[in-house]
Write a protein that binds this ligand. Structure first.
Ligand SMILES: Cc1cc2nc3c(=O)[nH]c(=O)nc-3n(C[C@H](O)[C@H](O)[C@H](O)COP(=O)(O)OP(=O)(O)OC[C@H]3O[C@@H](n4cnc5c(N)ncnc54)[C@H](O)[C@@H]3O)c2cc1C
Length: 422
C-alpha cells in the first residue's frame, strides 16, 4: 500500500484517494476488497473525469499476473483486468486472431475501456464492450463471481459497468481471424458535401473518421480504414466527395507532425497497427488536452452537426480537433450506443477547463433535440436528470448495482449522481 497523489493521464484530475493498493495476487485483492469500506479500481487512468475517484481506497491491478489465454476452438481470449490493448493485440495477431475494432489509441486498459463503452468507428461495428462474452469479478464481499453472455438477462447490465459492479479480474473477448487494413486520408471536404453525402461517406470503408476544426465550413480530414485481402487491387481515387487524397502522412490535429500516427498512405498492415490512429510507443493525440464526446442517433447526425456548426465561432478557438465516428447500436444497458446506431461527436479541447466548462452547456443545449449521451469517461456538464433520462435501462442497472453492492462499496460521487440523481 502506498499513499497517493496520482493524477489521470491528462493531468486535469488528481485522485483524492487516501491509499493506493497494488496487489500482486487474486487472494490479496480479495482481502483488500473485503476489508475496505469504499474501493475504486484504476485502469490506465485515461478518463478525463472523476469516474474512477474515491476518497477511500484505490486499487491498481497493474502488478497482478498478466493473462492472455487464447481458446482457438471457441475463437476467444481471456485476459486479466489490467491488460492494455497495446499489450494484447500483437499476441493475438501472432496467433492469427484479431479483435473486431479498436479505439484511437492502444494505451488504454481493456477493462477500463469496456467499463465506459469506449468505441472506435464503423457503421457495422459495435463499441469495444460488445466483444465481451464473459467477466470474472471480485464482488463487494470479496468473493469471485462469473458472468457469461446469456446469463439471466443481466449480463447486458454488467459489461458497461462504469466501475459499479466490482473489480473485473478476467474478461473474455470474441476473436475473429486476423485481417489487414489500409488507411487512406483525404483533405478538405466541404461541410456541405459531408452533410449531403454523410451515409455514403461513413459506409465507404470499415472505419471512417471525419476531423474538423470548425473553420471555414470544412471537414479538414477524412480517414478511411479499409480491410484488404492480399493481392487486393484497390486503388483510392484522387478525390473523394470533393476532398483530395493526401500523399504525406497526417496527424489529426493541425500543426502536429505525424510521428505518433500509425502507418498511412494506403500501405496494408495488421489490423492493430492501422485501426488505432496512434502508435503504442508514442504520446497519443496532443498529450496536452481535455476531451468531451456526445453520441447522437445516427439518423440525426447531420442535423446535430449543422446545429453545432452554428456555434463554430465559439468552438473553434477552444478546440484542437473534433472527430466524428459511427458506432453500431447494441443491447448493453449503459452503453452510449444502447438501442440505437450512433454517431459520436468528439472534441479534443485545449487544456483550459474554465473556458471548456463555459462552452459545454451551449453544446449540450444545441444537441438536446437529438438526445445526446455523453461519453462516460470524458467531460460533460449535462444535469443528472437529463443524463438519467437517456438510459431506458437505468432502473434495471440501479437495481442490479443495489443487489451486487448493497453496502455501496464501489460507489463514488460520480456514480451517486448517475444512480440516484443526487
Ligand atoms: C488520448 C485519448 C484518446 C481516447 N480515445 C478514445 C477513443 O478513441 N474512443 C473512446 O470511446 N474513448 C477514447 N478515450 C477515452 C478512454 O477510452 C476512456 O476514458 C477509457 O475508460 C479509459 O480506460 P482506462 O483503462 O484508462 O480507464 P480508467 O479511466 O482508469 O477507468 C475508467 C472506469 O473503469 C473502471 N475500471 C477500470 N479497470 C477496472 C477493472 N479492472 N474492474 C472494474 N472497473 C474498472 C474505473 O473504476 C472507472 O470507473 C480516449 C482517452 C484518451 C486520453
Amino acid at each position: 500500500m502506498v499513499s497517493t497523489a496520482l493524477t489521470n493521464w491528462a493531468g486535469n484530475h488528481t485522485y483524492r484517494a487516501a491509499r493506493l493498493h497494488e496487489p500482486d495476487s487474486l487472494g490479496r485483492l480479495q482481502e483488500i476488497v473485503r476489508t475496505s469500506e469504499v474501493v475504486k479500481v484504476l485502469g490506465s487512468r485515461h478518463s478525463f473525469n472523476d469516474i474512477a475517484d474515491t476518497a477511500g481506497d484505490q486499487v491498481s491491478l497493474a502488478r497482478m499476473p498478466r493473462v492472455i489465454d487464447i481458446d482457438t476452438g471457441r475463437r476467444a481470449v481471456t485476459i486479466d483486468g489490467a491488460l492494455r490493448y497495446g499489450d494484447l493485440c500483437g499476441v493475438l495477431e501472432s496467433a492469427g486472431f484479431a479483435l473486431h475494432n479498436l479505439a484511437s489509441l492502444p494505451h488504454i486498459s481493456v477493462a477500463g475501456a469496456c467499463a465506459t463503452a469506449t468505441h472506435g468507428s464503423g457503421d457495422r461495428s459495435g463499441n469495444l464492450a460488445t466483444a465481451v462474452s464473459g467477466l470474472e469479478v471480485v464482488g463487494a464481499d470479496g468473493e469471485i463471481r462469473e458472468f457469461v453472455r446469456g446469463d439471466r438477462g443481466e449480463f447486458e447490465g454488467i459489461v458497461v459497468g462504469l466501475g459499479a459492479i466490482g473489480v473485473v479480474t478476467r474478461l473474455t473477448l470474441d476473436l475473429e481471424p486476423t485481417y489487414q487494413v489500409r488507411q487512406d486520408i483525404y483533405e478538405r471536404l466541404p461541410l456541405a458535401d459531408a452533410a449531403e453525402n454523410f451515409d455514403a461517406i461513413t459506409s465507404s470503408a470499415d472505419s471512417v473518421s471525419l476531423f474538423t476544426s470548425w473553420r471555414a465550413q470544412t471537414v479538414d480530414q477524412v480517414w478511411l480504414k479499409r480491410r484488404v485481402t492480399p493481392g487486393d487491387a484497390f486503388e483510392p481515387p484522387p478525390t473523394f466527395f470533393g476532398a483530395r487524397l493526401t500523399t504525406t502522412r497526417r496527424h489529426p490535429i493541425p500543426d502536429i507532425t505525424a510521428e505518433a500516427v500509425t502507418e498511412q498512405l494506403g500501405l496494408p498492415g495488421p489490423w492493430h497497427e492501422r485501426i488505432p490512429h496512434f502508435r503504442m510507443d508514442q504520446t497519443p493525440s496532443s498529450g496536452d488536452e481535455l476531451q468531451s464526446e456526445y453520441l447522437v442517433p445516427r439518423q440525426e447526425a447531420v442535423d446535430a452537426l449543422l446545429a453545432l456548426d452554428r456555434f463554430a465561432d465559439r468552438i473553434a478557438p477552444l478546440v484542437q480537433i473534433t472527430e466524428v465516428r459511427t458506432i453500431a447500436g447494441d443491447d448493453l444497458w449503459m452503453s452510449t450506443a444502447f438501442g440505437r446506431d450512433s454517431v459520436a461527436i468528439h472534441f479534443t479541447w485545449k487544456p483550459d477547463w474554465p473556458a471548456v466548462r463555459a462552452v459545454l452547456p451551449a453544446i449540450e443545449a444545441a444537441l438536446r433535440p437529438f438526445e445526446p449521451r455523453p461519453h462516460w469517461g470524458k467531460l460533460f456538464t449535462m444535469p443528472s436528470d437529463e443524463l438519467r433520462s437517456r438510459y431506458a435501462k437505468l432502473p434495471d442497472f440501479v437495481a442490479l448495482v443495489a443487489r451486487l453492492d448493497p453496502g455501496r462499496k464501489f460507489r463514488n460521487a460520480y456514480l451517486d449522481l448517475l444512480l440516484t440523481g443526487a
